[in-house]
Design a protein around this ligand. Structure first.
Ligand code: ATP
Ligand code: MG
Length: 435
């Protein structure tokens, strides 16, 4: 792992420079995110996965070289050679005193946004040019946080003994009703893009005990909200010999672990984004759906028992509950067939909320084949379409529980973005299929 990566364009990466002695000769390669000219001194900040300040004095370089440096602008890809100097004026404490700067690739036109500008074109305009938008340091910070969230998830679950699995994304039938599926041609048959790995992860928990998957889910809904996408990344977790309380305990530990990891490993990025994520306190509040409805009525909202919570209702609740909280025991009619029923017309289910955003849904699963068939029928679906799943129950099915967590939503909340598309590399929504 310690083998140094170098090429014709670079002898070091910026992160390695702080380990070298003063005066070491180096070359680096990357693109320029800022150019400043003060009298006879030019400064570049170059990004190569990290940032490094490069400086040259007019009097100390060859006239030709100085001329080349004056041509360099933001977004140019460059290879720079020079010597290491330790100085307080460089943000990282070290800079490259340039001896030469070669332009490797040059834009033929400038993007409609400066790397550090606060006045930006609309998100849609930026998404049209996403690969270039992603050269802005603010997005470097957001996507570093995204990276850490994914790393932290895996670390946490693996440490708790979960096995990472993969399930098919091309499927034969709906998991939760047919409305929200993207159909596609599968040779001579109709197939669909999976809206969730639900039934597969349940089968895998029966075989492997504790499993998780991080993969896209596809939802063909005609939404227009700040928090929906047609393709979104989901963390799916399933555990054998567990009920919904056990998975809520796991989920709150997971969220707290992710928050702490982001605070610890992304301190510079959070500072760059001007963000201070408060520590989350456990246990999270667990409020029954019943109680939520009464609360909404107290707050003057016209909330009907058995109805889903509107965005207005969720925003109202976010004013009351400032930290992540669970809404538990949802009415039977609002939850899918694979969720276990409980007395009183409700289910052993939960949604994890943070602000007005639903981050995760989960529950105890039905482990009796008879109840599952009954629930499938009750939702107007045909048990025959689920034969491949129902047959597994004949070989024994332990009690099990799990959840699906919207990874893009979690990152949106952690980075305080007001549109989920801000935290996704190439988002898909009803009006966007490119880039
Ligand atoms: P919502 O009610 O907000 O549309 P849902 O209840 O339909 O969400 P679930 O089927 O419970 O969603 O999916 C589990 C989790 O996956 C959700 O809690 C959410 O975080 C995430 N998720 C679901 N659909 C989307 C979507 N279209 N875009 C982004 N994230 C989603
Ligand atoms: Mg849900």
């Amino acid at each position: 792992m310690t083998r140094k990566i170098s090429s014709r364009f670079r002898s070091y990466y910026s992160v390695e420079l702080g380990k070298l002695p003063e005066g070491s000769r180096v070359s680096i390669a990357g693109y320029v995110v800022s150019v400043r000219l003060h009298g006879g001194v030019i400064f570049f900040v170059v990004y190569d996965g990290g940032y490094i300040q490069c400086v040259a004095h007019m009097d100390e370089v060859d006239g030709n070289v100085w001329g080349k440096m004056l041509e360099i602008r933001e977004y140019f890809y460059v290879s720079i050679s020079g010597r290491i100097s330790y100085t307080d004026r460089a943000p990282s404490g070290v800079e490259v005193v340039m001896e030469d700067a070669e332009v490797i690739a040059k834009p033929v036109r400038m993007p409609p946004f400066h790397p550090y500008s606060r006045r930006l074109p609309s998100l849609d305009k930026r998404l049209d040019l996403r690969a270039v938008d992603l050269r802005r340091p603010q997005l470097h910070a957001i996507f570093k946080v995204r990276h850490e969230v994914l790393q932290a998830m895996r670390r946490f679950l693996v440490a708790r003994g979960f096995l990472e699995v993969n399930t098919p994304k091309i499927i034969a039938s709906a998991t939760e009703g047919g409305a929200a599926l993207f159909p596609l041609f599968y040779y001579d048959k109709e197939a669909f893009l999976a809206q969730s790995p639900q039934l597969y992860k349940e089968q895998l928990s029966a075989a492997l005990d504790r499993v998780f998957e991080i993969a896209p889910i596809f939802r063909a809904e005609e939404f227009k909200t700040d928090r929906h996408l047609s393709e979104t990344l989901s963390l799916d977790v399933e555990m054998a010999f567990a009920d919904y309380r056990d998975v809520m305990n796991l989920l709150e530990d997971l969220v707290a672990y992710i928050v702490n990891s982001v605070k610890r490993y992304c301190a510079a990025q959070l500072a760059a984004l001007d963000l201070d994520i408060p520590k989350v306190r456990r246990p999270f509040k667990r409020i029954s759906y019943d109680r939520v409805i009464s609360k909404l009525r107290e707050l003057g909202l016209d909330a009907g028992w058995g109805e889903d919570l509107s965005t207005t209702a969720l925003r109202k609740l976010a004013e009351v509950y400032r930290e992540p909280y669970f809404i538990v025991d949802w009415p039977r009619g609002l939850k899918p067939f694979y969720i276990k029923s409980k007395r009183g017309g409700v289910t052993e289910s939960f949604d994890l909320m943070w602000g007005h955003v639903e981050l995760a849904s989960g529950g105890s699963r039905v482990d009796s084949k008879r109840s599952l068939i009954r629930n499938i029928r009750m939702q107007g679906l045909n048990p025959e379409s689920f034969e491949y799943h129902l047959r597994v129950f004949d070989y024994g099915m332990p009690p099990h529980a799990g959840f699906g967590l919207g990874v893009d939503r979690l990152i949106m909340v952690l980075t305080s973005r007001d549109d989920i598309r801000e935290v996704v590399f190439y988002p898909r929504d009803p009006s966007r299929l490119t880039p």
